[in-house]
Design a binder for this molecule. Structure first.
Ligand SMILES: [Zn+2]
Length: 276
């Protein structure tokens, strides 16, 4: 499942284009949208979505947590809109040649000017596309972005929470963008156990955890995210995993075996010696 660094990598590719000649998405115009699987469109019919996105230029590409935010310019007298995409389990968003847009798992295709298309592929159909006047209508359900939140705000928010740190980091209402991989890696870097209760932390622990979350996410972005299966190819952060998926292998710090436990129904990896 893509987390903040994977979604940020996709945002950067859509902004800049790719070295294979695929152009930036910014500046292109949607000639025609086709919602092929209506249930991926949140809160409106496929036809309304197709009508409202037509003839709009892409003006910006942003991100909040795991949401991609695509700014769409005005069309005629209609005001600008924001289109948000959440990839969930298996979503992929790519600019492709229009002739290549009709893949088996294509759920939404936006035909662009110049013979290009933006294609949302989603084998498992959990992904969602939102069309709203203000992105906060969607992102307001989550907490601050995990890379934008300041140390002070992180510490303040965490000081009001109770329960296992792993579960809190995964709670998108606490901070937005951290998933299973980056939660485990952040807790290792901070030297805190996944089941450590938030109410037992002091100020220094909370600030250390904020720094660790931030560093882990930045490392992930620098590596173009992690490639864990066919869904999200291209990144190499998986080569830097220190605990995630390393059950039984030697801790990079102390050499003792990495443990695997379940926290909040999620597979969790840590070093019982290095994390307290
Ligand atoms: Zn260790």
């Amino acid at each position: 499942m893509p987390e903040l660094p994977e979604v940020e990598t996709i945002a950067q590719q859509l902004r800049a284009g790719r070295s294979d000649g695929t152009p930036p998405l910014i500046g292109r115009t949607i000639v025609r949208a086709r919602a092929l699987w209506a249930r991926e469109i949140d809160g409106m019919s496929a036809r309304a979505f197709e009508r409202q996105t037509r003839n709009r230029a892409v003006t910006s590409i942003g991100r909040h947590g795991k949401y991609l935010i695509i700014g769409l310019g005005e069309a005629g007298t209609a005001a600008p809109l924001s289109m948000l995409v959440h990839l969930r389990m298996s979503g992929r968003l790519d600019v492709v040649a229009q002739v290549d847009a009709g893949t088996k798992h294509a759920r939404v295709v936006w035909e662009l000017d110049g013979g290009w298309a933006l294609r949302f592929d989603d084998a498992r159909k959990f992904g969602r596309v939102y069309l709203v006047a203000d992105p906060a209508q969607v992102t307001g359900r989550t907490g601050p972005d995990a890379l934008q939140i300041s140390a002070g705000e992180f510490s303040e928010r965490l000081s009001h929470r109770r329960g296992a740190l792993k579960s809190i980091l995964l709670d998108q209402a606490f901070i937005a963008g951290v998933g299973n991989i980056y939660a485990d890696e952040s807790l290792f870097l901070a030297g805190l156990r996944p089941k450590r209760l938030a109410q037992t932390l002091g100020d220094a622990d909370r600030l250390r955890l904020h720094a660790a979350v931030r560093q882990t996410l930045l490392d992930g972005v620098a590596a173009n995210g992690a490639s864990f299966d066919w869904v999200y190819p291209g990144g190499n952060y998986q080569d830097n995993f220190r605990v995630y998926g390393r059950t039984g292998r030697a801790c990079v710090t102390c050499g003792r075996p990495i443990q695997r436990i379940i926290v909040g129904q999620r597979s969790t990896h840590y070093c019982a010696h290095c994390q307290k």
